[in-house]
Design a protein. Structure first.
Length: 256
């Protein structure tokens, strides 16, 4: 147990794993890339990063497709995490995809908060629409409970606004330590402003402006870790590991 006044480090990361599609050997000059599912290679990358807690995006869950095994369970087993949780999101009837979390510490409670997509008759922007889900987890870190939200925003601005609104309502009502995920938006995008007002971007905390996507030709930052105001960020890093099409992001927090 962490006693009152004691401080410890917590190493937290987020990784869009692109359903364990193997991008290890992808080059920017490859005109077409046929993704091969490689759970083992992704597990190796996660094990090497050695996070205390890691959020995962674009995770496949059990379906009729033989490749859609419960990837969070497999990754937890192969990379040595005793605790994991899923939050299933959209499905096309063949594959279900969503978010997950792996943890070295006990996961006490998990809430799956659905964020519906925009009704067809209200869609003003061309693009891919999809129901999204927030994974809200309570994690026991040596006797103290910390709430962490893992998310994956859509490619449509209006959808991102809906997710930001849902997250901000949770942050207003509860003591949220971390919000992290693939936000599909550039730093300080207009639709992210309410979240920037309530929490602190770890990248901003250390003045890190490195790109997180694409791993084979980095050109933009769309993956983030936000922490509650007042928490000390000891370090933040974009980890240059090429297993997925995203780079994982990592922060070390000092918590009491």
């Amino acid at each position: 147990m962490v006693l009152k006044g004691e401080v410890m480090q917590l190493k937290i990361g987020n990784y869009n794993i692109c359903h364990c599609g193997d991008y290890t050997n992808r080059k920017d000059t490859d005109p077409v890339w046929v993704q091969k599912i490689n759970v083992g290679a992704m597990a190796d990358a996660i094990k090497k990063l050695d996070f205390d807690v890691i959020g995962l995006n674009e995770v496949y869950f059990t379906g009729v497709n033989q490749e859609s095994v419960e990837q969070a369970r497999e990754l937890a087993t192969l990379s040595g995490y005793p605790y994991y949780a899923n939050a299933e999101g959209a499905t096309d009837g063949v594959v279900t995809i969503g978010n997950a979390i792996l943890s070295k510490y006990p996961i006490l409670k998990v809430e799956k908060v659905k964020v519906p997509t925009i009704p067809v008759e209200q869609r003003e922007e061309e693009g891919w629409y999809e129901e999204r889900v927030l994974l809200v987890a309570d994690i026991d870190v040596l006797g103290k409970t910390h709430k962490i939200i893992v998310t994956h925003f859509g490619c449509i601005k209006k959808e991102r606004e809906l997710i930001v609104d849902k997250i901000c309502k949770i942050v207003d009502m509860e003591d949220v330590l971390v919000v992290m995920g693939d936000f599909n938006a550039l730093p300080h995008a207009e639709e992210l402003k309410p979240l920037y007002d309530k929490m602190v971007s770890c990248a901003d905390y250390v003045n890190n402006d490195e790109f997180t996507f694409a791993s084979y030709n980095p050109y933009q930052c769309i993956d983030y870790i936000f922490v509650k105001k007042g928490v000390q960020v000891e370090s933040y890093e974009v980890c240059k590991i090429k297993a997925s099409d995203h780079y994982p992001v990592m922060t070390v927090l000092k918590i009491s």
